[in-house]
Design a protein around this ligand. Sequence first.
Ligand SMILES: CC(C)(COP(=O)(O)OP(=O)(O)OC[C@H]1O[C@@H](n2cnc3c(N)ncnc32)[C@H](O)[C@@H]1OP(=O)(O)O)[C@@H](O)C(=O)NCCC(=O)NCCS
Length: 208
Amino acid sequence: MILDLGGGFVLRHALAADHEALCRVCLMTGDAGADASAREDDPTLMGQIYAVPYQVLEPDLAFVIEGEPGVSGYLFGALDTAAFYARLEADWYPALQRHVRDPGQDRTAWRNSDWARHAIHHPSLDVPDSLADFPSHGHIDLLPEARGRGVGRRCMEFLEGRLAKAGSTGLFLDVHPRNRGAQRFYAALGYRPVTGGAGTSMFMAKRL
Ligand SMILES: CC(C)(COP(=O)(O)OP(=O)(O)OC[C@H]1O[C@@H](n2cnc3c(N)ncnc32)[C@H](O)[C@@H]1OP(=O)(O)O)[C@@H](O)C(=O)NCCC(=O)NCCS
């Protein structure tokens, strides 16, 4: 255990054995913070995009929130976003692409998880200039049983501390524009909207 989060929840490092749990949490929070399982036909693809690569590529900053029933969330950080995205492009996505078909460019023909299959074959890995002061990024998702009891705040403050100690000057998060709850959460922690997001991305950032 790294940190006691209270209420029976603890923070510990994420391990390779947690990949299935990471994918489950990602799916259960993947529709702008709500459960996406009714929408997806492959329960693992979102996790392979948004969760598992952090455990594999940046394990020092990859954590799970664990409670009585097991893994109830995750907390990820990438110290150097540009370097992390470069590794996704060079190593992570080429390996995934070998196991996933490309659904093509015609969005009207996409069904269920085809958007994720397309994202795997055509990853969006540009970092806008507006984020130049915020070299690191983070990612947190909690299942309902862990929410609303201060776990999110304690996790983000812990991540900010780790990143600052490693020399980071700022941190950003990519929030779905429809996810008002998460936007209010980040605002309560001192994050402010930053321009440069489009589509399903809205950036919120904080100097460390
Ligand atoms: C968003 C999330 C990480 C917040 O974690 P949490 O443990 O529920 O939040 P906390 O209890 O630590 O709340 C911290 C502060 O944020 C505020 N807050 C948290 N969720 C909020 C919400 N949905 N609406 C308004 N304010 C909220 C709290 O009021 C609290 O403010 P205070 O400390 O000034 O009193 C968590 O609810 C979650 O994982 N939700 C589903 C997935 C998701 O949306 N992830 C973010 C993807 S970008």
